[in-house]
Design a binder for this molecule. Structure first.
Ligand code: HEC
Length: 165
């Protein structure tokens, strides 16, 4: 009995602290009602929100019609970059690969859809993959991976961010 009382008190305290944190971030941040912590770097902003300095990075692909911004790598590859099963209203559910830099540059990678593995990525093949949708093995990256209109500085910023994941 006593134990469950303490558990309850702790749960409420944790909840209140969480709520306070949301208010603090919101009043310091974007002014939007949506909980959206500020990205700490250019790479992080592209990764999380698909924007750079608040402006959408251009992209083509199956979901090109879905508004200008608000779609980041994290929406499909996960906030931790580890990939997994993602689902999206218009795309149904699909498998997205692990894109942490350590994974991309290590051993030959399996395709999310089970196709033959391809050689590890380096900077240039990474840029080619996200701009033109071609992996280091020369295979096309399939839908719903978009093609991103990123410049060299944005590619480097993304790599820097993926290294930290
Ligand atoms: C709408 C979902 C979606 C978004 C957004 C998205 N991706 Fe992908 N991405 C995928 C899927 C699905 C694949 C797997 C395609 C395949 O295997 O043919 C993929 C593949 C990749 C690959 C190739 C990995 C490999 O093993 O060959 C890289 C690199 C990649 N994405 C990076 C990014 C980056 C960087 C961003 C953000 C700028 C991003 N993706 C945004 C869905 C997405």
């Amino acid at each position: 009995m006593k134990n469950s009382f303490y558990v309850g008190v702790v749960a409420i305290a944790v909840g209140l602290i969480g709520l306070a944190a949301v208010f603090v971030v919101n009043s310091a941040g974007t002014g939007s009602l949506v909980f959206r912590p500020a990205a700490e770097s250019v790479g992080g902003e592209i990764f999380l929100y698909g924007t750079d300095g608040g402006r959408a990075v251009s992209r083509r692909g199956s979901i090109g019609m879905m508004g200008g911004s608000g779609l980041g790598c994290a929406d499909c590859h996960g906030r931790d970059g580890r990939g997994g099963r993602a689902s999206m209203m218009m795309m149904g559910s699909f498998e997205a690969p692990d894109i942490r830099w350590s994974t991309l540059t290590s051993a030959d990678m399996e395709h999310a859809d089970g196709e033959a593995p391809h050689p590890p990525f380096d900077r240039d093949s990474f840029a080619r993959a996200i701009r033109d949708g071609v992996d280091p093995g020369g295979d096309e990256l399939k839908s719903p991976m978009p093609r991103w209109g990123v410049n060299d500085a944005q590619v480097d910023a993304l790599i820097e961010y993926l290294k930290g994941l």
